[in-house]
Design a protein around this ligand. Structure first.
Ligand code: 13P
Length: 344
């Protein structure tokens, strides 16, 4: 079993390939559609995602796997082919978001801190998702920074849930993507890159301790962390070089080399920022893991805009998606540069 899991994990982070996070919940995709003035219905969500999965050049060359939402893994394209079969035909591994969302963490900071739920009945849900074709899964924990938070309770509870989720996934023959996201888009002004380093290092340390306690095979998982970066409301923004340096330092301090790959979330960075930072991280060289992308917004924003909900814009949407996928593929090899961006 571990060998099979290890093979899937390695395929997910194959050189020059990364993951498309298309697992927006119905609430989140509605927000994205609102931004382009398109109503969110089962059909528009299907049309949009079908457009991405049928962007064959982008999918075949640059995308190793796609994270789906429960609705999408069960959905058929307009012509009746299942969306799962479409992405498989493009060489992508189907994945599934299995957490049921981040809820208020009861206690003195319930207005700020969150705990991700979804463990009840997860064994049975994973068995069903495996039958539906999923070979990897995602669970996202969120950690919010303030001057005094996160609390130990928040870090510990989220790390513990991640480890229980990961162990259940491996039992089901599914590779867990372990995502402890230290948020960058909070409102806190004191959220400097140094503060982000401190909280990210702490969080990742506790996550790997819990993974060890749960006997999760590190060879059969992928870590999906945030980059070490200043919060969006912080007056002092860090340079891309500094982001790369502190991110690499943090990962080296916390992530065992048995982990085959690290696939970042974009977390609210601009498209180009997420690409540039990833490229610089890979240029640091001498990393014991593959380091790539598992972007949602930074892979989709341009495509969503180009599409705008109109069938005549499908080709333009696919071009925009393929371009971002190619730029991020180059970044995963440490070979992106600004000229390539402009040339397109
Ligand atoms: P973003 O890249 O938009 O942060 O989304 C990635 C993801 O899957 C968050 O869970």
């Amino acid at each position: 079993m571990t060998e099979e899991l290890a093979k899937i994990a390695q395929d997910l982070v194959a050189p020059g390939k990364g993951i498309l996070a298309a697992d927006e919940s119905s609430g989140t995709i509605k927000k994205r559609f609102d931004s382009i003035g398109v109503e969110s219905t089962a059909d528009t969500r299907r049309d949009y995602r079908e457009m991405l999965f049928r962007a064959t050049e982008g999918m075949k060359n640059y995308v190793s796997g796609v994270i789906l939402y429960d609705e999408t893994i069960r959905q058929n394209a307009k012509d009746g082919t299942s969306l799962v079969d479409i992405m498989k035909a493009a060489g992508s591994i189907p994945g599934i978001k299995v957490d049921t969302g981040a809820k208020a963490l009861p206690g003195p900071h319930a207005d700020i801190e969150k705990i991700t739920e979804g463990l009840d009945g997860l064994r049975e849900r994973l068995a069903e998702y495996h039958k539906l074709g999923a070979r990897f899964a995602k669970w996202r924990a969120v950690i919010t920074i303030t001057d005094t938070l996160p609390s130990w309770n928040c870090v510990k509870a989220n790390a513990h849930a991640l480890a229980r989720y990961a162990a259940l996934c491996q039992e089901a023959g599914i590779v867990p993507i372990v995502e402890p996201e230290v948020l960058m888009d909070g409102a806190h002004a004191g959220h400097s890159i140094e503060r982000c380093y401190e909280v990210t290092e702490w969080t990742q340390r506790i996550v790997f301790r819990e993974l060890y306690d749960a006997r999760v095979a590190l060879e059969g998982m992928v870590l999906k962390p945030n980059m070490v970066i200043a919060g969006q409301k912080c007056a002092k923004q860090a340079s891309p070089e500094q982001v790369a340096e502190l991110t690499v330092k943090c990962l080296k301090a916390t992530v065992p080399s048995a982990v085959p790959g690290i696939a970042f979330l974009s977390g609210g960075q601009t498209d180009e920022q997420a690409t540039q930072n990833l490229s610089l991280i890979n240029q640091a060289g001498d990393l014991p893991w593959k380091v790539t992308f598992s972007y949602g917004r930074a892979l989709q924003a341009a495509a969503l805009k180009a599409w705008g909900g109109k069938s005549e814009n499908v080709a333009a949407g696919q071009r925009a998606f393929t371009h971002r996928a190619r730029m991020n593929s180059l970044a995963a090899l440490g070979k992106w540069d600004e000229q390539l961006e402009k040339a397109a």
